[in-house]
Design a protein around this ligand. Structure first.
Ligand SMILES: NC(=O)c1ccc[n+]([C@@H]2O[C@H](COP(=O)([O-])OP(=O)(O)OC[C@H]3O[C@@H](n4cnc5c(N)ncnc54)[C@H](O)[C@@H]3O)[C@@H](O)[C@H]2O)c1
Length: 349
């Protein structure tokens, strides 16, 4: 067989190399740097191609494609969401993604994104809370202690200065896992038996549960004035976490309204219910938290620009870290119009 040309190769970041990158940079530093990248891209929001993600639903899950471009670079992510997977020993969410050069259409990098999604989701949540949560917040309730939970806790520590995280999950084994993993990482970790207990003294409440139904993880009476809610788990049609009455009392902040109206907590509200786009808070075009009594809600569903920022972050560190392998991914005949001839020559080589 002929040896591929240099153009044929696309850097590939495997799961192993992503884990090495996280350890090389340091998890909190990486979460902080990702939050800054995502914030910088939100600040130039109008520049991006935007579309609600393309979702293929089944009774038990969803497979989604999430594309965007800033005119120079294009990115997409493939991601699934299958809450019942954990019962089969599989994860709820897995992902991979690609960056490409808009000028040629040639891929720049292919990457695992299961770990990167957990990192970018947590970084986005903490970045939003930096703008919306009450000043001086120290305590976060963490409802749902699955795959995303430790990333969320550490992002809020690194970006927002949280010192205590109060854990609750319907499955005590998930809480025990999360508490064990967070041990010695500089947070005061309190394992709780009910979500009410987890909320005690919390200025920030993160819901990160997985259930393909209209769930009620938080009821109206659980949310006092001034609290910031980071609602991560409601991210599909028919899959929400908050009682509707909470939404009616909250200032609601979203990523991309055409997607969030389909997928977020606000699918429970009228289609014209007022919401504020987070990017406008960042650019100063819209007001963030009004006062210390307001309940703020970041109705997170995950938007393509966050994945684009995360992929670009990883891409920018490839040379320095060397944490990739070359994949022979792009057919590259000597004569660009002689693709067929390349196969014939391979036969005789
Ligand atoms: N908004 C985003 O950008 C974004 C990104 C990634 C994942 N998600 C969503 O976040 C959620 C969590 O993802 P994950 O990978 O951690 O899932 P996971 O399955 O690993 O963990 C979910 C946890 O929620 C717990 N849970 C379920 N119902 C509960 C309830 N009523 N009360 C308390 N705990 C409950 C489960 O026991 C489990 O431990 C999923 O719904 C996923 O789709 C959102």
């Amino acid at each position: 067989m002929l040896k591929p040309s240099q153009t044929a190769y696309v850097p590939f970041v495997s799961v192993e190399n992503m884990m090495r990158l996280v350890l090389h940079v340091g998890i909190e530093k990486m979460l902080t740097e990702l939050a800054a990248e995502i914030e910088a891209d939100f600040a130039r929001w109008p520049l991006f191609d935007k579309t609600p993600r393309v979702a293929s639903h089944s009774d038990i899950g969803v497979i989604e494609l999430m594309p965007t471009s800033d005119g120079e670079t294009y990115g997409f992510k493939y991601v699934n969401g299958h809450p019942s997977n954990t019962k089969r020993g599989l994860q709820t969410v897995t992902a991979f993604g690609l960056l490409a050069d808009v000028a040629t259409g040639y891929p720049l990098m292919l990457s695992e994104m299961t770990i990167l999604t957990a990192l970018r989701t947590a970084a986005t949540s903490a970045m939003a809370a930096k703008w919306l949560a009450p000043k001086g917040s120290t305590t976060m309730a963490m409802i749902g202690n699955g795959a995303q939970a430790e990333f969320q806790a550490l992002a809020f520590k690194a970006v927002c200065g949280i010192t205590e995280v109060r854990l609750y999950d319907i499955d005590p084994a998930a809480t025990a896992k999360c508490a064990r993993n967070l041990q010695g990482l500089g947070l005061n970790v309190v394992s709780c038996k009910t979500s009410e207990e987890a909320m005690l003294g919390a200025q920030i409440v993160t819901t990160c549960t997985a259930d393909k139904q209209y769930a009620t993880i938080l009821t109206d009476n659980m949310i006092g004035s001034g609290v910031h809610i980071n609602a991560v788990g409601g991210d599909c049609p028919g899959k929400t976490e908050l009682h509707r009455d909470i939404l009616l009392r909250s200032g609601i902040f979203v990523e991309y309204p055409p997607q969030t109206r389909i997928e977020g907590e606000i699918q429970q509200l009228d289609a014209d219910h007022p919401v504020t786009e987070l990017w406008e808070v960042i650019t100063g075009a819209a007001e963030g938290r009004k006062d210390e009594r307001q309940i703020t809600l970041f109705d997170s569903v995950g938007f393509a620009i966050e994945d684009f920022s995360a992929l670009r972050y990883v891409h920018s560190r490839l040379k320095e870290s060397g944490l990739f392998v070359d994949l022979d991914m792009i057919a590259d005949p000597d004569d660009p119009r002689d693709l067929f001839g390349m196969i014939l020559r391979a036969q005789s080589a």
